[in-house]
Design a protein around this ligand. Structure first.
Ligand code: ZN
Length: 360
């Protein structure tokens, strides 16, 4: 990608509006009121579930609105947020509140239901949820070591195909041996010739594979055309627990995936909730963290597609390049280089404002 310096002013870098591929606006900004945050993924799920009694319409409206405003201020033009789904076909309150706050927000919002793949294996449920996701949503699920994971994944692909939806998975979010969700999703995608974009978030346990087993998995993931999103904040916080100071990072194999031809992404995931008590809604900050955690070396411009053009493609949105874009689709960052772009906390400008100020 080309990060274009803005004409006579070397202090600006112009980029397509950023794309945030993975946040949880229903959970964000709750850490301060959770009594027992800390622990692994399962403890985080429990702690967050205990907070759900606080999720009134006003509470959701306030926190989701805040998250959206933070993402817009960070330079995002589009995003996907997961929303915890109930055990049956009824949409949760957070689903409709997200649509309500998104209608007033200056950015495109996609919603992805989040529930266990074992539930999605139940007769008719994936189809019923998929029908409700047709208005601005995608079909999503959580795949770990569930007994019925293959039936659930197949039901999701069938429902997504029927309703013309993209797919989004939280998959293999753990470092334990034997997690095979990523390879399963890839196999089903190849077998069904699924055409919509599929994002697989986490895939932490890919770190357990090497040699032929790794090569075979990378090969089928590449053939399936899956997008793999690393989510460094939450993975660094939740993975490799219970052994004192962690020495496994919990991120997926970004380098090996790329070398195999898989399109990789970076997402922000949890912001100040039971899954990650710190952080902020800013794709630049998430990419900067990935630079350190996954050793993404300069030139840093090579990594920007993970939060811009490739990220937009993964959401099924048109690719916006700087050359030929409308000003509304671009953002101007106060930076003279890509390292300054990722290090500096200054919020970007709308390009129209910058051009207006530059006029004599
Ligand atoms: Zn997530």
């Amino acid at each position: 990608m080309r990060a274009t310096d803005a004409g006579a002013d070397p202090r600006h870098v112009i980029l397509p509006a950023l794309t945030e591929v993975h946040v949880h606006l229903d959970k964000c900004h709750t850490a301060h009121r959770l009594p027992a945050v800390g622990g692994d993924l399962r403890k985080a799920i429990e702690a967050q579930a205990n907070d759900r009694s606080n999720w009134t319409a006003d509470d959701l409206r306030g926190r989701m609105g805040r998250g959206l405003a933070e993402l817009a201020a960070a330079g995002c033009g589009q995003l996907r947020s997961h929303v915890d789904w109930s055990d049956d076909a009824r949409a949760p309150l957070a689903w409709s509140i997200l649509q309500e706050v998104a209608a007033d927000a200056p950015l495109t919002v996609q919603a992805s239901p989040l529930l266990g793949v074992d539930k999605l294996a139940r007769e008719g449920l994936a189809d019923a949820i998929g029908r409700q996701a047709r208005a601005g949503g995608v079909l999503g699920g959580f795949v770990l070591d569930h007994a019925d994971r293959e039936a659930g994944v197949r039901a999701m692909f069938a429902a997504a195909d029927r309703h013309g939806l993209a797919l989004d998975f939280h998959v293999d979010e753990g470092l334990e041996q034997g997690l095979d969700g990523l390879a399963l999703i890839a196999r089903v995608a190849v077998e069904t010739r699924f055409e919509g974009p599929v994002i697989c978030g986490h895939a932490c346990s890919l770190m357990n594979l090497s040699g032929d087993a790794l090569r075979q998995t990378l090969d089928v993931v590449a053939r399936a055309g899956l997008f793999v999103a690393a989510l460094p904040t939450t993975n660094l916080y939740l993975q490799d627990r219970d052994r004192g100071t962690p020495d496994r990072r919990g991120l997926t194999r970004l380098h090996e995936l790329r070398a195999a031809g898989v399109c990789t992404l970076i997402g922000t995931d949890n912001v100040r909730d039971a899954f990650c008590p710190v952080g902020r809604h800013d794709p630049r900050a998430s990419l900067a963290l990935a630079v350190m955690a996954a050793h993404l070396d300069p030139p840093l411009g090579d990594h920007l597609p993970m939060i811009t053009t490739d990220a937009a493609r993964a959401l099924g949105l048109p690719k916006v390049e700087v050359d030929g874009a409308t000003t509304a689709d671009l953002r101007a960052f106060d930076a003279g280089s890509t390292d300054e772009l990722l290090a500096a906390p200054h919020p970007p400008h709308a390009l129209e404002d910058l051009l207006e100020r530059a006029e004599p």
